[in-house]
Design a protein around this ligand. Structure first.
Ligand SMILES: [Zn+2]
Ligand SMILES: [Zn+2]
Length: 112
């Protein structure tokens, strides 16, 4: 939160990503705050941000915070058992089969 300079981390993120990834997230967020306080370019596209995040070894984007579900663009459903699968990239339904019953999958929804 840039106004308060608090960092919010929920326990779900901690459980999901583990300690190493969370340290990366915190490093990344601290880069935002540090530059914001100094009145420098604190956005991802700013050179100040790119340089600082590289110096401290932080990832350049906050993408880690998004869950797999949030990043998924495609929803596939098994034609036999109705089981649904979320995928970030498009998959070949001729090759990919349902993990439970080996049934054929079809694309039922496209997000974004
Ligand atoms: Zn960020
Ligand atoms: Zn199935």
């Amino acid at each position: 939160m840039l106004k308060s300079h608090n960092i919010e981390i929920n326990t779900k993120q901690y459980q999901y990503y583990g300690e190493k990834a969370l340290i990366d997230i915190i490093k990344h967020e601290l880069c935002h705050y540090h530059l914001h306080i100094l009145g420098k370019g604190y956005q991802h596209k700013n050179t100040d941000f790119k340089v600082l995040s590289k110096q401290v070894g932080a990832p350049r984007f906050c993408t880690l915070i998004q869950t797999y579900e949030e990043r998924a663009n495609y929803v596939y459903q098994c034609k036999s058992c109705g089981c649904q699968y979320l995928r970030i990239k498009k998959v070949d339904v001729k090759k990919m089969r349902c993990g439970k019953c080996m049934g054929k999958l079809s694309l039922i929804k496209r997000m974004n």
